[in-house]
Design a binder for this molecule. Sequence first.
Ligand code: IPM
Ligand code: MG
Length: 357
Amino acid sequence: MDAKIVLLPGDGIGPEIVTQGRRVLETVAERFGHSFEMSEHPIGGNAIDDFGDPLPQATVDACRDSAAILLGAVGGPKWDDPTAKTRPEAGLLKIRQELGLFANLRPIQTWDELVDASPLRRDIVAGTDILFFRELTGGIYFGDSGRRPHDSGEAAYNEMVYSTGEVERVVRLAAQAAQKRKGKLTSVDKANVLEASRLWRQVAERVVTEEFPDIEYEVVLVDAMAMHLISRPKDFDVVVTGNMFGDILTDEASMLPGSLGLLPSASLGSDGPGLYEPIHGSAPDIAGQNLANPLATILAVAMLLRHSLNLNDEAAAVEEVVSATLKAGHRTRDIASGGTSVSTTEMGDLVVSQLQA
Ligand code: IPM
Ligand code: MG
């Protein structure tokens, strides 16, 4: 297979981890006889510094012309000024919107050898396997926003909007995924308060009843879900929810396996390239020190191979190698629980050499 892959390293630890992701892609290409044409483009804070824009048009054009995109992370204290004209995060929101990446898949799996790194008890988390579908291009992150005068000074507002079509398409994808897993779908909303959630619930229920009568379906309010996620995470299979609820709940859920450093995500649209990235951020505190855990990015590479290139054997090979590396006891500092650890590049070396074998 010939495929164009765009790399967006971004800020902080982004360049270090994407470098390891690139090596894995090169190794897969070599071992399985593919040709990946890879090019790097700016996004985020460094793009603001160099081009005055967190998402330069040339980056968007390259992404549109690709089969898949691998992103590191964006943001950092340097660009945190709340009065700044633009922020690194705006680049990320815009690329999602430009490419119509409405479904964000965030698998939360526990690794038996790391369960003891979780802040929660082994008996609660071991065996957890949840696939989140976060709606990614609608809701309050994309609604009308602004400020207006107020007696006390100013008022600020953000509008939360969902349309029938936006709910239908993400619920449909989530229900299809549930059919291939344990057959259970949980839709999360705040329908006791928000009108946008009442539409969400109505549409989700209709899609499931009409098109997926075979799956087990439930609705849970978002505040209750925050609680259930840490008290009985094993009860969930596929979870679908709106943009902001999904943002918050997936950060919460990311603590179940014990480390953010192992969690990949995929953002998909109805056609065109998918975007793959680790769930964690740019970790400016350890940037440039060769300490970051590249495994989430490497697992994002596996998702890229599977979802955008349809290379299922290659994806499984990458996942098996990551699993074997962890089983063999190799740890970056974030998951070493104070024990001996390997660097970012050493972890990359371990994965690459096993993948070559
Ligand atoms: C995420 C991040 C982003 C989001 C930020 C950086 C804009 O938190 O991918 O979850 O809120 O979507
Ligand atoms: Mg987030």
